[in-house]
Design a protein. Structure first.
Ligand code: 2P0
Length: 324
């Protein structure tokens, strides 16, 4: 009744932004991401007859009730498929640089879904695992697979057609994804709250929903033809549109800080000099910069030289879940 699984985080090129069902984590729009080769979570789950509640250890520390309850609510979905309603000890380790401010919910729930079901003796295929992981955190459904991954939003009310599918294996197109750390503090508006507020109040949200299918098509064409410039342009413009919706929310909010602008400007400068680099930004101030591996060293050097940049982590497309 024990299993260990590892999952990497992913970076969305076409963003998941807004839910149509908060309980089932069903998205308003499809999204597309690259699973990275690092920034991972390794999780061991032990189902145990003698436990009276689930116990959650993170990075060697026993977590309090709030965090443990999140895990328990997720494990309830696994328990529903088990004959014996046992509780579990969950031990997770995030392989991310200390307090680097990188989101770990994608790798976290992908690893938990894989370890919990395997430990329970349930043989779920990747599609079923993606559906399960989605119900812990939406973006986790994409981390089940490696490389370039699409999360199809689906239409059904029960979420049975809302899961990720792989579109390109990691070795089929090597890109450099530079995670630029400008801030490691917890964000003020969590992504869950931010997307809810935007869906409910931003007049720009309908424009977002109109734009995503077009961006999605462009991104898929670019990936198919390994057209880096086309992929970069649509990635950057999709991030800008997502962040524009937050400015129209009530109350309005924005995830960027002055250092975020510094990095964005630097990326535009690099392009003026003929170096193909493009940025994307998630629900926080840190920036991810995409470039081709032959430009990686130069781009990294330039970004590290910015005074407000604390660190730059270089990633590449990586694998989906693995069992250890
Ligand atoms: C993404 N984000 O596609 C987008 C871009 C943030 C901006 O997925 O509520 O932690 O757990 O489903 O997955 C972050 O949201 O949100 C996210 P929940 P999640 O990567």
């Amino acid at each position: 009744m024990e299993a260990t699984a590892k999952a990497n985080t992913n970076i969305a090129l076409i963003k998941y932004w807004g839910k149509r069902d908060e309980q089932l984590f069903l998205p308003m729009n499809s999204s597309l991401s690259i699973t990275l080769d690092q920034l991972s979570t390794t999780t061991t789950v032990r189902w145990n007859l003698d436990l009276e509640k689930d116990v959650f250890w993170l990075n060697g520390q026993l977590e309090g009730e709030e965090e443990a309850n999140k895990i328990s609510r997720f494990l309830d979905k696994v328990r529903m498929q088990m004959e014996e309603k046992w509780y579990a000890t969950v031990e997770s380790v995030n392989q991310v640089p200390t307090s680097a401010g990188f989101a770990s919910s994608a790798s976290g729930f992908a690893a938990l879904a894989a370890a919990a079901t395997k430990a329970a003796g349930l043989a779920l295929n990747h599609q079923q695992l993606s559906i399960l992981a989605r119900q812990g955190s939406g973006s986790a459904c994409r981390s089940i697979y490696g490389g370039f991954v699409e999360w199809r939003k689906g239409e059904r009310l029960d979420g049975s057609d809302s899961y990720a599918i792989p579109i390109l294996q990691p070795h089929e197109w090597d890109l450099s994804i530079l995670s630029v750390l400008v801030e490691s503090k917890k964000k003020k508006v969590l992504s869950r709250e931010g997307m809810k507020r935007t869906v409910e109040t931003s007049p720009f949200y309908s424009g977002w929903l109109e734009a995503v299918p077009i961006d999605m098509q462009l991104a898929k064409e670019a990936i198919h033809h390994r057209d880096f410039e086309k992929l970069g342009r649509v990635t950057e413009s999709n991030a800008m549109k997502m962040h524009a919706t937050t400015l129209g929310a009530n109350p309005p909010f924005m995830y960027w800080q002055s250092a975020t602008f510094d990095v964005m400007e630097q990326v535009l400068e690099l392009r003026k000099k003929g170096i193909q680099a493009y940025f994307t930004i998630d629900a926080g101030p840190n920036v991810k910069v995409l470039c081709e591996p032959h430009d990686q060293k130069k781009v990294c050097e330039v970004l590290k030289s910015l005074p407000l940049v604390k660190d730059v982590f270089i990633c590449h497309p990586g694998s989906g879940i693995t069992y250890l």
